[in-house]
Design a protein around this ligand. Sequence first.
Ligand code: ADP
Length: 480
Amino acid sequence: MSILVCDVGTSGVRAAVVRPDATVEHVHHREVLPSSPAPGLVEFDPVRMADATLEVARAALAAAGRVEAVGITNQRASTVVWDRTTGRPVGPGIGWQDLRTVGTCLVLREQGLQFAPNTSATKAQALLDEADPDRSRDLCIGTVDSWIAWQLSQGALHVTDPTNAALTGLRTGDGTAWHDQALEALRIDPASLPAVVDSTGLAGAATALDGSPPIAGIAGDQQASLVGQGCLRPGMAKITFGTGGMLDVCVGAERPRFATRGEGGCFPVVAWSRNGRFTWGVEAVMLSAGSNVEWLRDDLGVIDSVEASAEVAARCDDTGGVAYVPALLGLGSPIWDYGARGALLGVTRGSGRAQIVRAVLEGVAHRGADLVEAAEADSGTAIPTLRIDGGMSANETFVQALADASGRPVEVAPVREATTLGAAFLAGLAIGTWRDEDEVASLFRPSAVVEPERRLDRERWADAVRRARAWYPELSALDF
Ligand code: ADP
């Protein structure tokens, strides 16, 4: 019972077929880049995104033959509004990184309403204000999963799942209903919002594909990666080290105590839902991770490729006192300081290329350890082992530094497509490819397990972070 997965990411779309033994086959990819028409704005073309998704999905299906279900995973919080009758978007898609609504969020905050600019709520409002200022049209609002489900079902389904719905900023704290006061404040008609279906469950037929397989799994990318790495029991956590970094830890059936942001700077998330029951998680955020390695390659020119950073850093045993704080965009969890900036400290005439490159890898590793500690504090759950995926997980020097900074074994995900696997697991649970969460968890086999070898100095690191903070005090004052 094979599963077709559509992974609708920030820089491209991917389709693949997952077999019952969790092998990933027939991967087809198309680049679909967002555009930035002005500083702070991030838009995408919903029609191009949908066409590319259908194209890769059909190509994977043609190569694989029949599948029994479809799973969708997606970039989270990016927002599309379309006309229910024609199915045409009424404007561009607004990307999750878009900052156009920061001012609106500040004004709403003064009225006692908390909206974060990176959730869908104010993005949807901005699209509605443009296309339907008097709110007289019959429009559909959706995150990217909704938009793709609509396309796959040829307009029959307007759905989303609780992992995506929770990140709209429009749900009640327990995630079970739309928040009336929020809808009223933004003048959003509840009829324009999607029906919320289980992350694992039969949502409806993907009639745009041969054989009309059922859409049976939907989840945001970070949650899918959590499931794909077999983190289905409380205390099991993963960090995805891509351009930025995200830690997600499975917490269990009980909702985290905090509704928005915890004291450790982490957020409550729905990890997945099954039979109407939620499994909750806690998420910690690193604003830049792999982008620091790109900076070494593209701007400093001290490495020829991002892969070379592993070998260059390994030429020295330690950084010789150099510390690097990877705060290119400020610092996320636990301290949330948008005014912090990258800092290179302790440089001497003897600091060479190897020391600097090692300091950058160790700096990202220390941030990983910060996220683990923040998530433990906010979830009240110990994280004994870490699982990792994303581009940087291929870097052996970095992975060792992460084990050393966090003092925990690090298990590296075997395929780069943990997100794809997660979406397949959710769909497969619904149709019986796999029996239950325990069976899914047992499918995870790390490609490497890296034990801590020495302790990196966490106190010295905390001192380095202190020095990198509030470089732009006016930005540090922003509290989202
Ligand atoms: P995203 O999904 O955010 O685009 P990916 O998971 O594809 O990210 O990872 C890309 C990021 O990982 C880039 O920022 C790149 O610099 C970094 N990266 C990829 N391979 C390596 C490597 N071997 N060593 C260090 N960094 C790497």
